[in-house]
Design a protein around this ligand. Structure first.
Ligand code: F0G
Length: 459
């Protein structure tokens, strides 16, 4: 059966009149439509969405409207993304919207970490509380909506796991088929199993994420398949809402720092775009510093800034146990460099040991996250030591994925199989105890546990 660009219902790809356009981040060319690869037809750089109607919005009216919608039951208002639709590209009709009630994620105080590292105002914005367990859902609802509106039958992505899980779910909800390209053996079973359950055609390719993405970009030039990686600027529009929602949760008083993990660098770019748009609109009075943390073994942005002066991409052969960010050739590096420079943020790297410890510390607060998210706490400790973050400042860490996303890492850590040689981690391990099924054995274990204090780290 040949691939068709129309939906099973036979609707034609539509070109509705929209108020938004696509602006090239390189040459600035603005166009009404984008090609399948979402690259500038003149210079080949990435596109971003621009909409002149956003500038005329009244900030006070927006704040009231957005808050009121939280008590309404209409489908769009129940979504923590579409609740902010005045600053998103508008679909031709609400009928096209594919939503799983994403967004509206909690902002937690990190009390234990706050005490142990000496920052009284430390928060975690937990995007792992989204429907498929990661921040990807906030972007996917918007991009899947526009895929459906355009009448695509197939959507596709390359992924380290979370994008594929999210895409597969939204495609299924939107009546589209999905094609997933993932690096074989390099993504967690938990994420892979989500894609399978949501019905994706899942291809495990014998390459890394960067290889999968290269192939996908060739594929979309040749087949009527809609690309749902973060190169797709609709994804980043949805991911902007993290920042809108965060500011609302902080009563529009911006924190001093927002710290986010960096992989393909779509999320940092989206958050930065949102911050700049909010400042333009006077929704906020000043910019937080947006900083990106990478794993040492996947530190392309760190090296791009240090060795390339932010002007040329220094790609790396990526290797880290935080598989979500095992990316060596980040697509959105230029967007990320721009927002880091605009907000005064920095990019740092952390070791595998630091990631594992930080993950255990976030878990011990009853919150939990996947390894890639824990780079934020590890990075914060480093930025504090360097004096870039001051103890009296307010800091928000963006936790991007749920603890349940990578149970192998968590089990390996607590059982002591992971980073076995690092004795420093032992106080943070909570291995399961195998006992005879006797009251005596359980009480003895309880008494022993009572004697040992839970660890507090100043590292
Ligand atoms: N944290 C998690 C849990 C992720 O899944 C990703 C990216 C990132 C951070 C980095 O975000 O790419 O926007 O800089 N995961 C992608 C995927 C690449 O395919 O799921 P980024």
């Amino acid at each position: 059966m040949p691939l068709s660009s129309t939906s099973e219902k036979g609707s034609k790809p539509s070109q509705p009149q929209a108020s938004f356009g696509f602006r090239c981040i390189g040459c600035g060319l603005v166009t009404a439509a984008a090609a399948q690869d979402f690259r500038c037809s003149e210079c080949g750089n990435l596109l971003e969405i621009t909409d002149s109607s956003w500038n005329s919005r009244n900030p006070t009216v927006l704040k009231t409207l957005w808050r009121e919608r939280r008590s309404l039951n209409a489908s769009l208002d129940l979504s923590g993304v579409w609740r902010f639709r005045e600053l998103l590209p508008a679909p031709a009709s609400e009928q096209h919207v594919v939503t799983l009630r994403e967004g509206n994620t909690p902002l937690y105080e990190l009390r234990q970490s706050s005490r142990s590292i000496g920052i009284p105002r430390l928060y975690a914005k937990h995007q792992g509380m989204n429907p498929t367990g990661s921040f990807k859902d906030t972007g996917m609802t918007v991009a899947a909506t526009f895929a459906r509106q355009a009448g695509y039958r197939w959507v596709a992505c390359a992924s380290t796991g979370n994008t594929s899980a999210s895409m597969a779910a939204y495609a299924a909800r939107g009546g589209m088929r999905s094609l997933v390209l993932v690096p074989e053996g390099k993504i967690s079973w938990s994420k892979l199993s989500q894609a399978l359950d949501y019905g994706a055609l899942t291809c495990q390719l014998r390459t890394d994420f960067d290889g999968c993405l290269r192939l996908l970009q060739e594929l979309v030039r040749q087949a009527p398949v809609y690309q749902l990686n973060s190169i797709n600027p609709f994804r980043l529009e949805g991911q902007k809402t993290l920042a809108f929602e965060l500011m609302e949760q902080l009563d529009w008083q911006p924190p001093d720092h927002i710290i986010v993990p960096g992989g393909n660098l779509g999320n940092s770019s989206a958050i930065g775009k949102a911050l700049l748009e909010m400042l333009d609109l006077r929704l906020i009075a000043r910019l937080p510093k947006l900083s990106v943390i990478q794993a040492e073994g996947a530190n392309a942005l760190v090296r791009t800034l240090r060795e390339g002066g932010g002007k040329r991409l220094v790609s790396v052969q990526a290797e880290t146990r935080a598989t979500a960010i095992r990316i060596g050739n980040p697509a959105s590096w230029e967007k990320a460099v721009k927002v880091l420079q605009a907000t005064g943020g920095v990019c740092e790297q952390v070791s595998e040991l630091e990631i594992a410890q930080a993950k255990a510390e976030i878990g011990a607060e009853g919150i939990g996250c996947e390894p890639a998210s824990a780079v934020t706490l590890a990075g914060l400790k480093k930025l504090l030591r360097q004096g870039f973050v001051k103890p009296e400042e307010t800091v928000v860490l963006v936790l991007t994925g749920n603890l349940l996303k990578d149970p192998d890492f968590t089990m390996g850590f607590h059982r002591g199989d992971l980073l076995r040689e690092s004795a420093r981690l032992n106080p943070f391990r909570h291995p399961p105890v195998v006992l005879d099924a006797s009251l005596d054995a359980v009480i003895k274990t309880l008494e022993q546990a009572e004697k040992s204090d839970p660890p507090h780290s100043n590292a």
